[in-house]
Ligand binder design. Sequence first.
Ligand code: ASP
Length: 323
Amino acid sequence: MKQILALHTGGTISMTADDSGAMSPSATNPLLDANPALGARVSLTTEDIFNVPSPHMTPKLMLQLTKRIERAEAEGIDGVVITHGTDTLEETAYFLDLTLGSTIPIVVTGAMRSSNEIGSDGLYNFQTAIQTAASEGAKGKGVLVVMNDEIHTARYVTKTHTTNVATFRTPTFGPVGLVTHDSVRFFQELINQETSNIDHVVDNVFMLKAFAGMDSTMFDMLPDNTNGLVIEALGAGNLPPATLDGVQRLINRDIPVVLVSRCFNGVAEPVYDYEGGGVQLKKMGVIFCQGLNGQKARIKLIVGLSNGKSKEELAHYMDNAIS
Ligand code: ASP
């Protein structure tokens, strides 16, 4: 018998819609009364650890989840399912992935339609997430996100659509598995799994998105207590020339500046050697981070800084080298 713990954190999966269609958290989580079909092999325990819409989620709450899951694993739980609002689901899932050394399956899920809407996907996603958490194949795969019959890695999955139930996708690499009618199947797995133990989270790690005509204004507005910056740069990893002075001033202040691409496919690399091109940015000391989107790179930077990594360690850690 597999002992699975479900930790509910809130989000649409736990909400109900009123007569006008407006959704809000319910006084009692509808999932607590739900009856997913589990079969004889699974024993489910549930806990409402938070009840927040996911835009209210913070790295501090994410760390509380990490600690709760560590405790559950020490107590002998075989797998954990976390239900979560979809807006920041990928950030919490990746935070857990970076901070949990677990070998038991950890699966995050959510819903695009609330519990009482027609075509509600919450109970179904909850059920398939439990199936995945109870499967042998999910062991040692890092934190997984199960939505709409697909299994994605926390590292690369992202929300791609505001309302569609097929919103969670893994650009560039694709899902790692599927939940079929009868089974949970994996087709690929990640390389370079590295976890860091942390007991606090640093704040003031910011993110800026590059745009045509951008200058240094936003970079110079970052407060004195800034601990790190992620830039969603252009294309393969380039910035408009007028940003360079601002970026240089941040680097001179010893603030780690991490660069990803604002493109949702591919990796950022120092390719272009013109003013503001990636080759020059790299020479200035900008850290290129491969394959992560901006919000994931920010979570990774928070974890790396909270783990007390030195400047050199941080540069290597944030590199996220794929090869
Ligand atoms: N706004 C909601 C949230 O993230 C969306 C969802 O759960 O699907 O909490």
